[in-house]
Design a protein around this ligand. Structure first.
Ligand SMILES: C[S@@+](CC[C@H](N)C(=O)[O-])C[C@H]1O[C@@H](n2cnc3c(N)ncnc32)[C@H](O)[C@@H]1O
Length: 244
């Protein structure tokens, strides 16, 4: 019998904080309906996002936040394309509370998680943005394009709605170079694919334009990438910088 002063030992999990219910997201065949995937994951999404940053995403996220710190001013019109639960939107509001924020996502459940964030909320697709040309000073899209059937099309849309002086920033999961990094990351790539419909983009599918006003940075052995483009950029067949 347990004495009153004995605390109940906590069960050990393979990943800190990973619940049995969370594991269900990774079972079964990957779902083709990406909105349904995120509707299902919405209430636990922030927990996985945190885990993703710890495992691989933090470098790219920090690079994007550095770009946002330089770009955000009072009144800056910002589109968070594929905003999810609004984690990044909250960070942007901390950087500059007086931005004019538009949050867009096609998952209603994800948008609902961001209901407390001041700004316009739009349920729609990043592949057909419901905004006029040149509507935003900053477009940001974190960990979205790798979930799309046509990442190039989304980035063309982001550039279309960008003001001529504007800036586009995005992060995504990318395929590392070299068999060692590919083999070592296979389990993580499979989990992201199964649980979150994310495909790690290779060079051929990476929207990118090389000029003196753009940059592309890779992190975590190439598993994540951060890109900054300007409205004059045109994305097409990419010529990527040399591997790490
Ligand atoms: C991995 S989450 C990233 C969410 C958020 N940007 C973040 O940084 O946490 C991908 C998000 O993209 C959204 N998404 C995927 N395809 C989309 C599409 N075609 N149009 C709009 N949103 C989409 C999903 O619903 C989900 O919220």
């Amino acid at each position: 019998m347990r004495r009153p002063d004995q605390s109940v030992p906590k069960p050990k999990t393979a990943v800190p904080g990973l619940l049995r219910a969370d594991a269900a997201l990774f079972r079964g065949a990957p779902d083709d309906d990406v909105a349904a995937v995120y509707d299902r994951a919405a209430d636990r999404y922030d927990h996985f996002r945190e885990l993703w940053l710890r495992l691989a995403g933090q470098g790219a996220e920090d690079a994007m936040l550095a770009g946002l710190r330089a770009a955000l001013r009072p009144g800056t019109r910002v589109l968070d394309a594929g905003c999810g639960s609004g984690v990044l939107a909250r960070k942007m509001r901390e950087i500059e509370p007086a931005i004019e924020l538009t949050l867009l996502d096609f998952s209603k459940a994800m948008l609902d998680q961001a209901a407390d964030i001041p700004g316009d909320r739009v349920q729609g697709s990043v592949l057909h943005l419901p905004f006029a040309d040149a509507s935003f000073d900053v477009v940001v899209s974190a960990w979205v394009i790798e979930t799309l059937p046509d990442p190039m099309r989304a980035v063309q849309e982001y550039l279309r709605v960008l003001h001529p002086d504007g800036q586009l920033l995005y992060t995504f999961c990318s395929l590392p170079h070299g068999w060692f990094s590919r083999a070592g990351s296979a389990w993580l790539r499979a989990a992201v694919h199964r649980g979150f419909a994310g495909d790690f983009l290779d060079g051929e599918h990476t929207p990118w334009h090389d000029c003196e006003r753009s940059h592309l940075q890779r992190f975590s052995h190439g598993l994540t990438t951060e890109v900054a483009l300007r409205s004059c950029c045109e994305v097409g067949a990419p010529v990527l910088p040399a591997p790490l």
